[in-house]
Design a binder for this molecule. Structure first.
Ligand SMILES: NC(=O)c1ccc[n+]([C@@H]2O[C@H](COP(=O)([O-])OP(=O)(O)OC[C@H]3O[C@@H](n4cnc5c(N)ncnc54)[C@H](OP(=O)(O)O)[C@@H]3O)[C@@H](O)[C@H]2O)c1
Length: 250
């Protein structure tokens, strides 16, 4: 039986992906920071908010998964206010960018394929390695885009690193669907939730993610839904972010 690990598998797109992979006959391990009961899936606790907790999450996954056919990095945040983790780093920079980076390195000896749930909004990103990590350039809309861009810039570097080992990695924008992503709470949150009622359900986003997860030969590619599009090209920035992530991860 093929094993899939899905981060943030308790709700939103992650939960729908877990259910779809279960339907396809996978053994699914859902990594969640909040306790969850997901019929058919194994739930492993994992908080992706700091290098320390990501290391613990990697250990917890490794303990139950000697091998992983596909690791789906789905967990993500769209913060509407600046929050720092225990290392003084901005939360989206950690959850959206550093956590997948660190998990990839920690699990690379046992994983065959990685799918990163990205976002079309990466095109609006302008990541600054000196300011974005601490949120010095925090912006309630742009920080999400910046951190998704940082994450996507790592894609060709992982593809190159894993070329000889045969490990593959692709990224996908899953579509815009109705989840709690970016919910600011309060009155504005209520308005946003009302607007989102017109959006598609999370299950609408599973197709592109699951098709990519369950076997599409290739690596280092970015898909907008099912359409392959260019990966952002900035080798100098990508190398700088890689070196920085190495120093920040444990
Ligand atoms: N919704 C869209 O329209 C859309 C569009 C493009 C891309 N995406 C991407 O799709 C992915 C899933 O988003 P979604 O829309 O399903 O959002 P969501 O409903 O807000 O779900 C986010 C998931 O990430 C988890 N998460 C957040 N911070 C975490 C942390 N520190 N440690 C562990 N897990 C954490 C959440 O867990 P908790 O329940 O514990 O908070 C939750 O399971 C994200 O990567 C997002 O960028 C979404």
């Amino acid at each position: 039986m093929r094993t899939a690990v899905v981060t943030g598998g308790n709700r939103g797109i992650g939960r729908a992906v877990v259910e779809s992979l279960l339907d396809k006959g996978y053994r699914v391990v859902a990594l969640t920071r909040t306790p969850a009961d997901i019929p058919g899936a194994e739930v492993v606790h994992g908080d992706l908010s700091s290098a320390r907790t990501v290391a613990a999450a990697a250990d917890a996954i490794a303990e139950v998964c000697p091998s992983i056919d596909v690791l789906v990095h789905n967990a993500g945040v769209w913060p509407t206010r600046l929050t720092h983790n225990e290392d003084g780093l901005e939360q989206a920079f950690v959850v959206n960018h550093l956590a997948p980076f660190q998990l990839n390195l920690a699990l690379e000896d046992r994983v065959a394929r990685v799918v990163q749930v990205s976002a079309g909004l990466h095109v609006k990103g302008l990541v600054d390695p000196d300011r974005t990590p601490t949120g010095a350039d925090f912006h309630r809309i742009r920080t999400y885009c910046d951190t998704k861009l940082a994450n996507l810039l790592m894609l060709p570097l992982f593809a190159r690193r894993w070329q000889d080992a045969g490990v593959t990695i692709d990224a996908v924008h899953p579509g815009v669907v109705r989840t709690r992503l970016g919910d600011p709470g309060g009155a504005l949150g209520l308005v946003l939730r009302a607007v989102k009622l017109t959006w598609a359900k999370p299950s609408a986003a599973t197709g592109p993610v699951v098709r990519l997860a369950s076997g599409s030969p290739g690596t280092g590619r970015y898909f907008h839904l099912d359409e392959e599009q260019p990966v952002p090209h900035d080798p100098e920035l990508a190398e700088a972010l890689w070196a920085q992530a190495l120093s920040l991860a444990r």
